[in-house]
Design a protein around this ligand. Structure first.
Ligand SMILES: [Zn+2]
Length: 132
């Protein structure tokens, strides 16, 4: 858990929604975020610490209204935690570097992984692929 001073700094830097999602395990409304219908080539970084977490090459249309990926850029970049809140058994996904809440992982994704990383746009910052 971050100390109060760094939390205050984050509050200044992030929007209220970004803060709520990443620090209070919030969830943005489906179809409301910046990236669920975003199709450019590039990478998605943690909004808090800027670590690259997902690639557009693993992003797919899940129909959920949240940006969905079938694989993380590197499995070591995300931390998976059992989440028993809201009367459900889910797997929470956090940034391994700064512990920001990103979203949840479900076992109903497409091949080759069969996984669905259901992320919040508010947790991510998109970086376009640099010019070749
Ligand atoms: Zn992070």
């Amino acid at each position: 858990m971050a100390d109060d001073s760094s939390l205050e700094g984050l509050k200044d830097r992030l929007t209220a929604l970004q803060f709520h999602v990443t620090q209070e395990q919030g969830t943005e409304r489906a179809f409301s975020g910046e990236y669920w219908d975003h199709h450019e080539d590039g990478s998605y970084h943690c909004i808090v610490c800027n670590e690259a977490l997902f690639s557009s090459s693993t992003k797919y249309e899940s129909g959920s209204g949240w940006p969905s990926f079938f694989e993380a850029l590197d499995s070591a970049k995300v931390r998976l935690i059992d989440d028993l809140s809201h009367g459900m058994t889910r797997t929470e996904v956090r940034c391994a570097k700064c512990d920001a809440h990103l979203g949840h992982l479900f076992p109903d994704g497409p091949q080759p992984t069969g996984q669905r990383f259901c992320m919040n746009s508010a947790s991510l910052d998109f970086t376009p692929e640099s010019a070749k």
